[in-house]
Design a protein around this ligand. Structure first.
Ligand code: ADP
Ligand code: MG
Length: 923
């Protein structure tokens, strides 16, 4: 009942303590962008708790304890600090080493599924969303410890607390009893809760990056007057483009730098500094960062190198640096980066040491490579592509690519996001965020082909087939990220998407003044999956009115060499308005330089009159500068221009593909029935006890049982340990059977002669038993199986990627699957649409449709089987590898049968379940 703020102070020393949950040592981002450290409370936190209690004002104490409380008794301190991390759990938030908040839950009784929650937040940190964040983490913990509902007692005048519960997204109910509210809510995941979490995360992260992107004042620590040094270049850059706030050079050895008064340390700067660039030798970085924390700097960009990129010593230094950043709640870009810039007129921060400052525009860019970053900025500047913000992320110790995505999601300056990636810090989070952003702002990425498969299991077909790039490809595809191969393509695609609408379909109309390039473009478009529709006779007649006889009004429309500004204007305008194409590509081969300018100006006028849904792009096959005639302006879109039709076709096909992804139904993730899930858990739990920490293959009977529990069909089968048993097994199964050796070592049994098909009668069986068991040294009997006749052989498999989680593969070919390499992969979990698409994406799909003499297969049942496999993976994180090879796909209506299956399991380390770093709001 209300007022009973603690149940019992007698914490029995013998109480079984769950292990200290290290995974709850986290860093969080608060509503106002500040940071805090979170960890489970420990017995040695008595001092912190007492100190914290002192900082609570009378009202906070009253709200927490329902009475005016002067002191904390020793036994109360014990009660608070000694938790068992299972029935009683508490998380504390720390800033600069001081406790600023605590949240706890106490289970209502042994084995109860309900618990009471309570919070206290230091007065000066109230209203920052700390309580909400702690509650989110606490519900996560409670959920994985069998708690279903939380309840809290809240005094009616405690509005803060009421707001906290309301904003959290939980479906709560409130009852008033004796002047105290009881708030009840389930801790299970709900749509509303996930949405609220995602929204909070986005706001908090964007707020935390404001001091970096929109600083009111900037310091350069390590600024120098030497124009050849990095500190010199950076300082000069910021100065030269007119950063809108004050700029402070910091250098203990200089009084003045570039006519600006310099300060020996950041602590000497007489102003609050939002953002500090650190460009000092590696050995000074730690001290300088500490001074920044002390000076209440809100963001740092560490240009200095010599950290995790150079080896373990550098890595430990980087860790130390990160600790300083996190303890103080600052944010940090880098280390080992080339800086960050923002072209917004209100900021004009040219904060890199690159020699170029790109024009302002609506393309945001993050680069993981510093060296390439310079080339990228140079390229953008030369191709006149406007950049909103550019960040060289370096080692990504604190600010990650995912943080940048969140910051750009609602940034009004940014319409297109471009990424140069070498590795993913957290692909799961990337996928969750990118999927959402991609619906509003296209994300284009170059991913360099560094292998990530080093530690991926590969003792199965699926593992061997999942090449290093498969996971990346699947991730991008599922998240709607546009993948390009080169930086040139990155910009040619960005240029189109930044300026023109996303085409609604694949129909392209071409207008050219030369036949050859027109055909080249047509080929390039078609080979990229786009189409050149025939134009209607009315449209053709209308176009023809202003053209000479010899011109062709067929698509590609050829205005012939005499075609000038007037002809282009006429034909392009008609095409744009026709409703017969989704994009218009203009190709101009110069007859004179002035001609090109004239045509460019004519296109610009067309664009001025037109702002519909059809995309317009151009190819000027000459070296002159027409881009400025095609630039955007007052209410007019810029028209992207390319040197060659192939580049334009490629960019256009990517834009169209993205449009298709946006319209695509993302589908629904399918789960198994609860009773199936329970049945699977029972088998996996017992199997996992028998394998070592490094894992092992499951027994054939267990594999069979798991498949059946997942609702998949398997042939009748009996294990036999002698020829006599095998004969009896065959009799029990009936008809012709299959005999397979059971062996730990023979991964692919038929390769070594360990499989005999169509065995019938006692004599044949005895011979078969003899034959298959003698091919391996470790035969452990045989599996006698029902013979499944006919059908297509397909592979369905799974392999765990250390970064991306489970990858699910599908392909045709049975024993030839490795040879054909025709396998589609997706990152788990699959939606129904994924399953449908994966099957259709393989070349072999035509066989399942009935090709020439092959019979049709039961594709509908195959789709369901894929989803069942995905559902199985969802409940069994212990599965590290699985091959169902082959699955026989019988004719429509007859279903599919898994005739051979292997599964490897490994105990799941606690830290992987739940993966705390995937949670929204966790840094
Ligand atoms: P492995 O993959 O270890 O070589 P399989 O159990 O997959 O062994 O058997 C090899 C091949 O034998 C399969 O690809 C399939 O063509 C055929 N086969 C296996 N079991 C059956 C069965 N129960 N019914 C029909 N054909 C089978
Ligand atoms: Mg097989």
């Amino acid at each position: 009942m209300a007022g009973a703020w603690y149940r019992s102070v007698s914490v029995s020393p013998g109480l079984a303590m769950a292990e200290y949950p290290f995974e709850y040592e986290l860093d969080i981002t608060l509503r106002d962008g500040g940071g805090a450290r979170v960890r489970p409370i420990k017995p040695e936190d008595a001092g912190l708790i007492r100190e914290f209690f002192e900082t609570l004002g009378p009202e906070s104490r009253y709200f927490r304890f329902f009475r005016i409380k002067e002191t904390l008794e020793a036994k109360e301190v014990d009660f608070f600090t000694q938790v068992d991390y299972s029935d009683r759990m508490a998380l504390i938030a720390l800033l600069e080493g001081k406790m600023i908040a605590v949240a706890r839950y106490d289970r209502d009784g042994p084995a109860s599924t309900t618990a009471e929650v309570a919070f206290a937040v230091a007065d000066k940190h109230q209203g920052r969303g700390i309580g909400t964040q702690l509650l989110q983490l606490l519900t996560n913990h409670a959920r994985s410890h069998g708690i279903e509902c939380f309840h809290a007692y809240v005094l009616p005048e405690n509005r803060q607390m009421m707001r906290l519960f309301r904003n959290s997204g939980y479906e709560m109910t409130r009852t008033l009893d004796e002047g105290v509210f009881t708030v009840d809510f389930p801790v299970g995941e709900s749509e509303g809760m996930l949405e609220a979490e995602a929204e909070r995360e986005k706001r908090a992260v964007a707020a935390s990056l404001l001091p970096l992107f929109f600083p009111r004042s900037v310091a350069v620590i390590g600024a120098s007057s030497d124009p050849t040094s990095i500190g010199g270049k950076l300082f000069h850059n910021i100065l030269s483009t007119g950063f809108t706030g004050p700029l402070y050079p910091v250098n203990p050895k200089a009084k003045v730098i570039n006519s600006v008064r310099a300060y020996p340390t950041i602590l000497d700067v007489p102003d609050e500094v939002d953002l500090a660039y650190i460009v000092v030798p590696q050995r000074f970085v730690i001290d300088v960062a500490r001074e920044c924390a002390e000076a209440k700097v809100r963001g740092i960009v560490v240009i200095s190198a010599g950290f995790s990129e150079v080896g373990p010593e550098g890595a430990s230094l980087e860790h130390e640096l990160l600790e300083i950043v996190r303890d103080s709640g600052m944010r940090m870009v880098g280390p080992n980066c080339m800086g960050l810039l923002n072209t917004a007129p209100s900021v004009q921060l040219n904060g890199t040491f690159a020699p170029v400052y790109p024009p302002a525009g609506n393309v945001a860019m993050s680069s993981q490579s510093g060296a390439l970053g310079i080339a990228i900025l140079d390229y953008a500047t030369r191709s006149n592509i406007g950049i909103s913000q550019f960040v060289s992320v370096g080692n990504k110790a604190d600010v990650s690519g995912n943080d940048l995505l969140l910051a750009w999601e609602d940034d009004p300056q940014t319409d297109v996001i471009t990424l140069y990636l070498e590795s993913f810090g957290n692909p799961k989070r990337f996928s969750r965020i990118a999927r959402r952003i991609g619906r509003r702002k296209p994300i284009i990425a170059v991913k360099s082909g560094r292998s990530s498969s080093g530690s991926r299991a590969a003792s199965s077909h699926t593992g061997a087939l999942a090449s290093s790039d498969v996971a990346v490809q699947a991730l991008f595809r599922q998240a709607g990220v546009i993948r390009v191969d080169t930086i040139e393509e990155l910009f040619s695609t960005a240029n189109l998407l930044a300026n023109q609408p996303i085409p609604m379909g694949s129909r392209v109309g071409i207008v050219t003044n030369a036949g050859g390039p027109g055909i080249l473009a047509a080929d390039a478009l078609e080979s990229n999956g786009l189409t050149l529709p025939e134009l209607s006779t009315e449209l053709r007649a209308a176009i023809a009115t202003q053209l000479p006889e010899e011109a062709s009004t067929r698509n590609p429309i050829d205005l012939i060499a005499s075609g000038g500004p007037a002809e282009f204007d006429h034909a392009v305008s008609l095409l744009l308005e026709s409703g017969e194409v989704d994009s218009v590509m203009v190709i101009y081969v110069p007859t004179s330089f002035e001609g090109a300018q004239g045509v460019a100006a004519a296109l610009s006028r067309c664009q001025e009159r037109y702002d519909g849904e059809v995309a317009l792009l151009s190819v000027f096959m000459h070296s002159g500068d027409t881009a400025r005639y095609l630039a955007g302006g007052e209410g007019r879109r810029a028209i992207p221009t390319y040197m060659f039709p192939e580049a334009a076709a490629l960019a256009l096909s990517r834009a169209v593909g993205h449009g298709v992804w946006r319209l695509r139904d993302p589908g629904l993730e399918v789960r198994l029935e609860p009773e199936n899930e329970i049945a699977i858990r029972v088998i996996i739990d017992s199997a996992v006890e028998k394998v070592s920490a490094t894992g092992g293959w499951m027994e054939p009977e267990q594999v069979d049982a798991v498949l059946k529990a997942a609702g998949l069909r398997v042939p009748k089968a009996v294990v036999a340990h002698s020829p006599e048993e095998a004969v009896a097994a065959a009799a029990a199964i009936g008809g012709r059977v299959v005999v397979k050796v059971i062996s730990e070592t023979a991964l692919h049994k038929s390769d070594v002669g360990g499989v005999m098909l169509g065995v019938e009668g006692e004599a044949e069986m005895r011979a078969a038993y003899e034959a298959v068991t003698k091919v391996v040294f470790d035969a452990d009997g045989v599996l006698v199986q029902e013979f499944v006749e006919g059908g297509h052989e397909v592979l369905v498999g799974m392999t765990q990627d250390p970064n991306f989680g489970p990858l699910v593969g599908f392909g045709l070919g049975g024993v030839y699957v490795e040879l054909l390499q025709d396998v589609a992969f997706r990152i788990h979990p699959l939606t129904d649409v994924d399953a449908l698409e994966m099957i259709r994406e393989t070349k072999g799909f035509r066989l399942l449709q009935g090709y020439r003499n092959t019979p049709e297969g039961d594709v509908a049942e195959l789709e369901r089987a894929l989803l069942r496999v995905s559902g199985l993976i969802s409940v069994a994180p212990e599965l590290v590898e699985m091959d169902l090879n082959p699955v026989k796909v019988l004719p429509p209506g007859e279903g599919v049968v898994v005739v051979d299956a292997r599964m490897r399991i490994q105990p799941v380390p606690d830290t992987r379940h739940p993966r705390m770093r995937d949670l929204p709001g966790v840094r």
